[in-house]
Design a binder for this molecule. Structure first.
Ligand code: T6T
Length: 333
């Protein structure tokens, strides 16, 4: 009898233990994670943003984020980018928008509207206003700006060009738009750099509106107007591609030195052919990857995202253009 009572008692204890372990297990189990939906809104159809998209997709895969990529705008500017963005966000249930704003001011209102609806914003490559999201202002609502230090890049290329030219001569800049933070920063940095050399003269800045043919025509006109032109800075891939084609067509390869932002296959091949002298590669894949990674950490760990994350550069020269290590920095479709 005693034995049977003991067995019964043990059985009750075991059962109680099992029940509590089951209940405890249930309560300890984390609530199922919410699916995060991020939108990626590129600036325009170009290999720079395709490379950025691949970086974003890599992080999205790692963290289980659903990344919705908007249609690629076929031309540059808010008139094309904003309706595409709005159509994508209208699907609903979006947690964050990762966007390269195509204008510093015109994108503030449409993005603020999304923010007021509860959607977080990270800007990549380009920023809103003056880009300082740490001081309170009408454009400081994005969590972060992740991109190149464009002023530093422009300055660095001015100094490199000055060295190539013996610190003297006329130089010219071909850029895209006057209201875009990235290329504007590059122009400002370049001007600062040139100003350090009293025997260098900046003859002008043209804007091609992201149309390569226009960049080529503008550069051809400048080559005619300034027969002694010594150097050119192309502030992005369309500007630099148009500019070097104009120089080649004028038979001035080598006589006019060219430095550029953006490492497309076209520009890298031109460097190999000595049709361009220096190519600065940005790190678009890192911009996309970091935006998704920080966004994920913000939503899941309440991480404090730095208001500005600079992604750095690589410089392609005649010396390193064939190095196996450098090939990863060439943009691709
Ligand atoms: O240079 C990049 C980007 O940084 C800029 O904001 C716009 O032009 C590119 O996409 C190259 O076409």
């Amino acid at each position: 009898m005693k034995k049977r009572l003991l067995a019964l008692f043990t059985a009750v204890l075991l059962l109680a233990g099992a029940v509590s372990a089951f209940a405890g297990g249930q309560s300890e189990k984390a609530a199922p994670k919410k699916q995060l939906n991020f939108v990626f809104a590129p600036g325009v159809v170009d290999p720079f943003y395709y490379t950025m998209q691949r970086g974003a997709e890599k992080a999205a895969k790692k963290y289980g984020v659903n990344l919705i990529v908007t249609e690629y705008p076929k031309s540059w500017g808010p008139a094309v980018q904003v309706p595409i963005l709005q159509a994508t966000v209208a699907r609903g249930n979006i947690d964050m928008v990762i966007i390269a704003p195509t204008a510093t001011d015109a994108l503030i209102a449409p993005l603020k509207k999304l923010y007021d609806q509860g959607i977080e914003i990270i800007t990549v490559d380009t920023f809103l206003g003056n880009g300082d999201y740490s001081a309170k202002s009408d454009f400081s609502f994005p969590l972060s700006y992740i991109g190149s230090d464009n002023v530093a890049g422009g300055k660095l290329l001015a100094e490199a060009l000055a060295k190539m030219l013996g610190e003297k001569g006329q130089v010219y800049v071909n850029s895209t738009n006057p209201d875009v933070s990235s290329v504007n920063g590059r122009v400002d940095g370049f001007k600062e750099g040139v100003a350090e050399y009293p025997n260098m003269q900046l003859v002008g800045v043209d804007y091609n509106l992201d149309v390569e043919q226009k960049a080529e025509q503008e550069t051809s006109a400048i080559l005619q107007k300034y027969p002694h032109l010594a150097g050119i800075f192309g502030t992005n891939l369309y500007s630099a591609q148009g500019a070097y084609h104009a120089v080649v067509n004028a038979g001035l390869t080598g006589a006019v030195k060219i430095v550029s932002f953006d490492a497309t296959t076209d520009l890298i091949n031109a460097l190999k052919q000595k049709q361009i002298d220096l190519v600065l590669a940005q790190k678009p894949a890192d911009m996309g990857y970091l935006a998704v990674e920080w966004g994920y950490k913000y939503f899941t760990e309440k991480a404090q995202i730095p208001k500005h994350i600079a992604t750095g550069f690589e410089l392609f020269t005649q010396q390193n253009v064939n190095d196996p290590d450098m090939q990863q920095y060439i943009y691709s479709k």
